[in-house]
Ligand binder design. Sequence first.
Ligand code: ADP
Length: 165
Amino acid sequence: MNKKVAIIPGSFDPITLGHIDIIERCSKIFDEVIIAILINPDKKYFFTVKERVEMTQEIIDSLDKIDNVRVDSFSGLLVSYAKKTGSNIIVRGLRAVSDFEYEMQLTSMNKSLDEEIETFYMMTNTKYSFISSSIIKGVSGFGADLTKFVPNIVAKRLEEKLKEV
Ligand code: ADP
């Protein structure tokens, strides 16, 4: 049987406990999981792609029992990236109804670009349902304990990065 390779695409700017929960659950279902970090030249990121990949890799290396997960970056169309990696499975997380409309559009667009692509949605773990990378960036720098929302490594990097900017 063909190996089932799932791609989890996103900005991961930075990776949060919500993302990690989806990644861990996904790694138990699929043979292989690729965390595909997006490089979109039109989007302004807080962390560079190199930093996002390094941080994510460091976290994956520190987790137990997920040796079927690898980290990569990509630019351009997700469906082209999927084809290149030999996968037709995309996994995204859903937090709230507010995510739904955008995700529906994204999935329909990808499907119309490549009919073979299937997108699966995993419902967030309720304890992480309010966590997003942007809200974390919004509260960082004011002395809040970020380790409830992101791994320690990320909390440290956020503090360091804020000193740089
Ligand atoms: P994007 O810019 O593509 O939304 P993100 O890095 O913000 O990239 O998110 C990547 C994926 O992770 C998306 O499918 C998003 O819905 C999901 N995600 C983000 N935060 C959470 C969370 N707290 N719980 C579950 N899924 C999440």
